[in-house]
Design a protein around this ligand. Structure first.
Ligand SMILES: Nc1nc2c(ncn2[C@@H]2O[C@H](COP(=O)(O)OP(=O)(O)OP(=O)(O)O)[C@@H](O)[C@H]2O)c(=O)[nH]1
Ligand SMILES: [Mg+2]
Length: 337
């Protein structure tokens, strides 16, 4: 089955992409404010099994997944109140694929590029290990050397070929080990300097970026075997991705509705229609308009719920390089309805 949208996560080897996927799936299976995700049975068994291993503290460092050695694609459906909202696909691949000059693997690189092209939102995974300590300049250099250097050229090229960049979440992983060393202002300074193209006033269209610190386990130091893992904000990047995807879907549906309505009024303005009433095709189009309107109503409600999560929990959000709020784009949208 083709998913309705794609989420692409970019990050170098060891940044935490696979752990994020396992933790996010676990958390969203249990559910978060009425939102859950589902997948096919085989994937479910596989992801659960790998999560169970990861939570088994008695295994020491062996509990973590081995470095990813090839690309795998996962298909998920986000549901609210157990009703599907939207399907999305998720790629997990070795971070080394981003370093095309190092690996020389052009095919894998092209696949990632294609995946970005299909994405309504990007996640850039930043290794929290690089944010330890209190020397800000050192952190900026570390992130530039280990992360931006692979990601920024990729995006300059991307932007040249495809125009604007999709909305992007800078996902800071391993927040459990670097939270005390970084205030919100530090994070803004570090990320905006290391990834300046995302924070410049949009010369090439609108840029939207968020900084979202996450952790798979706030008790990562614990060796107590039965201690449950405690994830932190692991669901927020997914909510952001769905928010933008759902917005696109709603906009498409609105366009479809308007064009059907135009067709209906064109047909109705004919003499034939005046004499004999609505044709079968007009009746069908009217039914279709009602179906689209029902879908729109449901999706608007879902969008509103996701919006509230983001508005309350993602304060580090930037529109064309300036700090803003999700309500700056959401309420404007509503006003245009
Ligand atoms: N403390 C802490 N460590 C984490 C967290 N997430 C991941 N790690 C550590 O980071 C290591 C690498 O994580 P992975 O998810 O395998 O990294 P990856 O990005 O998938 O790496 P590749 O598959 O090589 O591209 C894990 O083995 C864990 O030790 C976290 O939230 N907190
Ligand atoms: Mg991996």
């Amino acid at each position: 089955m083709m998913s309705e949208t794609t989420m692409t996560i970019l990050g170098t080897s060891g940044a935490g992409k696979t752990c994020y996927l396992l933790s996010m799936y676990h958390k969203m299976c249990i559910g978060m404010n009425g939102f859950t995700i589902t997948t096919d049975d085989d994937t479910d068994v596989d992801l659960r099994h790998r999560y169970d291993q990861m939570k088994d503290r008695s295994l020491g460092n062996r509990r973590f997944p081995a470095g990813t050695d090839g690309r795998s694609q996962y298909e998920f459906t986000l549901e609210c109140g157990y009703k599907p909202i939207m399907s999305f696909s998720w790629d997990d691949y070795p971070g080394g694929y981003l370093d095309v000059k190092g690996t020389g693997d052009m095919d894998s690189y092209k696949q990632i590029e294609q995946s970005i092209l299909n994405s309504s939102c990007l996640f850039i995974c930043i290794d929290g290990t690089l944010l330890q300590g209190d020397d800000i300049d050192e952190k900026i250099s570390a992130i530039r050397d280990d992360c931006s250097i692979y990601i920024n050229p990729f995006f300059s090229k991307y932007r040249k070929e495809h125009g604007a960049l999709p909305p992007t979440a800078f996902v800071i992983t391993k927040w459990d080990i670097c939270a005390p060393d970084n205030s919100s202002d530090d994070l803004i300074k570090i990320i905006s300097e290391a990834f300046s193209p995302f924070f410049e006033a949009g010369k090439t269209g609108k840029t939207m970026a968020a900084i979202i610190p996450v952790s798979i386990d706030l008790y990562s130091n614990s060796t107590e075997p039965g201690k449950r893992m405690r994830p932190y904000d692991i669901e927020l990047p997914i909510f952001m991705g769905i928010f933008f995807a759902l917005q696109n879907k709603i906009n498409n549906d609105k366009q479809n509705k308007t064009s059907l309505q135009n067709q209906i009024s064109n047909e109705r303005s004919t003499f034939r229609s005046f004499l004999f009433g609505d044709s079968d095709s007009v009746k069908q189009m009217n039914t279709d308009v009602r179906a689209i309107q029902n879908k729109l109503n449901i999706n608007q409600q879902n969008l509103k719920k996701i919006f509230s999560q983001l508005e309350a929990n993602v304060p580090l959000f930037f529109i064309n390089g300036k700090q803003g709020k999700f309500s700056d784009i959401f309420e404007k949208r509503d006003a245009n309805d």
